[in-house]
Design a protein. Structure first.
Length: 231
């Protein structure tokens, strides 16, 4: 049976009524009922400070990229906080801006070092970039397969135009970011709908989780095929 328990009091503050409701909910869960608790929350930082939350997350993502962080955890967190659609939008723009800033920095100050470390391994890609810079860079971002921070600075070898770098990153990373953000959004939904901690089986059988996982595997297969053809 699906049961909703309501309280007029904020659950972020201890009270006798809320403690009684939580105890009742636990007993109902033991009897295999589906329980949802509904009540006000004056301490919900995201809801009460939505614009500030966006700014903090956006700036933090840019700094994370500049500090050579990975992109996947950011996408997962963005989906968890903002949902899959808005989360994808915020994450893709923040990662793209951060990556472009890192590319500009590397192009001015680290170019010789990058050539020394990576030119022998990746120099053969130069001819492909010369054919159609934007299209090949879009494929480069879409396919991935290189650690995120290395993928951000490696294009200094090919003198990619900043415009092509920005838009190639924006559109090339978008499918992967959307899938990971969807996974984060699914986790948030499951946690909110379950008073007790969901089991691993509960997570896997939920459409909010297994659909992004299947999509990720399908995307991985596509990128693997493209990578083989390019090689």
């Amino acid at each position: 049976m699906k049961i909703a328990l309501t309280s007029p009091y904020d659950f972020s503050r201890p009270s006798g009524v809320n403690n009684h409701i939580l105890g009742l909910a636990k007993e109902l869960l033991k009897l295999k009922h589906q329980v949802k608790i509904i009540g006000p929350s004056n301490q919900n930082f995201k809801e009460n400070n939505f614009l500030l939350t966006i700014i903090i997350f956006f700036v933090s993502c840019i700094l994370w990229v500049l500090l050579l962080g990975f992109g996947s955890p950011v996408a997962l967190l963005g989906g968890f906080i903002f949902g899959k659609w808005f989360g994808t939008l915020i994450v893709i723009f923040s990662l793209t801006i951060g990556a472009t800033c890192l590319y500009l920095f590397a192009n001015f100050f680290l170019k010789e070092l990058i050539k020394e470390k990576f030119e022998k391994k990746f120099g053969k890609m130069l001819n492909n970039f010369k054919k159609n810079e934007f299209i090949y860079f879009f494929i480069y971002r879409f396919v991935g397969g290189i650690p995120f921070f290395i993928a951000n600075i490696l294009p200094t070898l090919f003198n990619i135009k900043v415009k092509n770098y920005f838009f190639g990153s924006l559109f090339g990373m978008m499918p992967g970011i959307f899938i990971i953000s969807s996974l984060g959004s699914g986790l948030e939904k499951i946690i909110n709908e379950n008073l007790a901690q969901p089991s691993f089986f509960d997570l896997i059988k939920s459409p909010e989780i297994f659909i992004p996982i299947i999509s990720f595997l399908f995307l991985f297969l596509i990128t693997f095929i493209i990578r083989k053809k390019l090689n």
